[in-house]
Design a protein around this ligand. Sequence first.
Ligand code: GLN
Ligand code: ZN
Length: 767
Amino acid sequence: MTTLHNLGFPRIGAQRELKWALESYWKGQSPREQLLATAAELRQRHWARQQGLAWVPVGDFSLYDQVLDMSLTLGNLPERVRGDHGDALDNYFRVARGRSADSARHDHDAHHEGCGGVAAGEMTKWFNTNYHYIVPELTAGTQFTLDASRLLTQLHEARAQGVPAKPVIVGPVTYLALAKAHDGSNKLALLDRLLPVYAALLDALAGEGVEWVQIDEPILVTELDADWQHAFNTAYHQLKSSRVKILLASYFGALLDNKYLAANLPVAGLHVDALASREDARQLIGLLPPHKVLSLGVIDGRNVWKTDLTALLDWLEPIAAQLGDRLWLAPTCSLLHVPVDLASEDRLDPEIKSWLAFALQKLGELRVVGQALDEGRAAVADELVSNARALASRRQSSRVHDAQVQQALAQATPALEQRHSPYAVRAPLQAKKLGLPAFPTTTIGSFPQTAEIRHARKEHKAGRLSDADYQQAMRAEIAHGVREQEALGLDVLVHGEAERNDMVEYFGEQLAGYAFSGHGWVQSYGSRCVKPPILYGDVKRTHPITVDWIRYAQSLTKRPMKGMLTGPVTMLNWSFVRDDQPRSATCRQLALALRGEVLDLETAGVPIIQIDEAAFREGLPLRHAHWQEYLDWAIAAFRLMANGVRDETQIHSHMCYSEFNDIIASIAAMDADVITIENSRSGMELLGAFEHFAYPNGIGPGVYDIHSPNVPTQQSIAQRMREAARRIPANQLWVNPDCGLKTRQWCEVVPSLAHMVAAARELREAA
Ligand code: GLN
Ligand code: ZN
């Protein structure tokens, strides 16, 4: 018998029930009991939907984040949140969001700690997904103490429901690897203190009669140096005396050079991502000691496409024959990264919908595969036929394959990626055309998305506001933004992006090849969800997207207006991307489609075009060894989109996140005339990149953090500019905020930008 199991289920709920319950609790609109009741209800419902699996995950449910849950279990919440008010859950939310709840009814933070609460824990991306976890904080003095209550409560609930429970926890090595030692101490030195707590936790679970525990160690798919490899050996040798069986789970990639290490750790079973590399998974079979379970992740846990079940069975049948009862099957990773249920999609085109599988459909596929292996393919003949039909329809569909796109792509030679002249030639031509002062001031693109803007968009979408009236309303916003910018004395203006709901969705909606789900929500962090567009087919631009808006904005002012576009790499990294061709090929299609928009803007007389690549860094592979390959095609795509313009046209790019020190040479290779990058939020770490690297083109390291409602002073901005000018020649420097201003209010934006303009003048006069 093949053992079927699951690594984790989306916790937010098909209707985002957890989001609403959390936000209502935080606002003080509902009592804690109600939040906990919703959470219990969701767990119960999700377990019921996983019926038929031999092992169902327990403990994968979280009120905010599974890594923060682990910190709580290990008694490792930062000292600063252990306030004298409230209990463990209050402290938990204090780490997550800086306060336990917003109402005085629930919470005393607001009174006792000032209205700022406490500093929230840092949040960062969970491996290469778009899920964010709360970074555990460590110091040399960190002590761990076990609090198993959360896990045990969920275990008891599952038991009461008759669920074959497999508790899930984050493993000790991954926990340390993801943590930050704020005092710079060696994190691995804490392993000895950490392991007894893990051992006690496993003991507690054994005491409850638990048979299998899934310990997640995704860090195994990254490059590990000798110390970290050693940590794996230390950890699992110490935990091997526990009375539970450990299933060590790796995912988000192949084990590669960590195969031997993983295969020989003293655990009862190993889960691997068999989709990342079938060859790697196959080799593992030979390495694995004969008593160990091998769990193969065969259903894509982080993308939305149906599995080719027949092809999978062709591969699996011989493996099943070889491994017999030792073979387990599961999705590649937790289903946290896909939406819950395709059945609730009523707005998706039926043909496209027939190609997709969300979490519940993926578990359905798993059951079909298990049954085919145990009883023969004939037992699931109907399912296999309908699966094959859906796959054939996708393979042949004219919606997916557009000969025109293929042809255009074949003609898109690398020559198109080159500007006519090098930067040294372009720069004076642009300077002459634009006539900008030293330290030119600009913003990153968006202005506040006010309640009126959102309301107008909603009314328009619902058909209650005509196209003409909507356009009128947005034009009024643009005109307002232009007046404000002129009054502030900014040098390069923007139209403000009022008409855009989201920087990826807006462009996706107007390009062929993209579809949008109605409820395809995926947790991004805490109660925040995103609904990634589904990029299913060849990408084509059928009409100009932004030209009318930007031309209108330019018509209102004599100052240069920046056209504003989203780049191909960001379009790719924030979507569910087709899996029938390499991501690099899809990215190139996006680039070519958007290149047309760049050229149309230029023809419309727009002198500066900014191409946002907010998500450029996020696409970096988990292994450094694979970085260059990604950078090569990502940079080529950017250049393909951008570089068809004349020398006089100035190309800008913008990137979020400040950690560019390791890829600054690649950023330079994008050859944008100007880049703007987040800098202030992260304490100007970015500037370190310029100590050893002479960045050749224009650059605007952000001079204030836009995430905070605080208005920066002229002095603080001037100070940051002076620091930047110590590392970067003044004639290359631009002056701008860290990022777009859409989440701010005008009453914060106006004084902040006034101080920014004044600081720029101060530096000009001093020069
Ligand atoms: N132009 C976009 C804006 O200003 C850029 C957003 C981003 O970098 N995330 O909103
Ligand atoms: Zn940004």
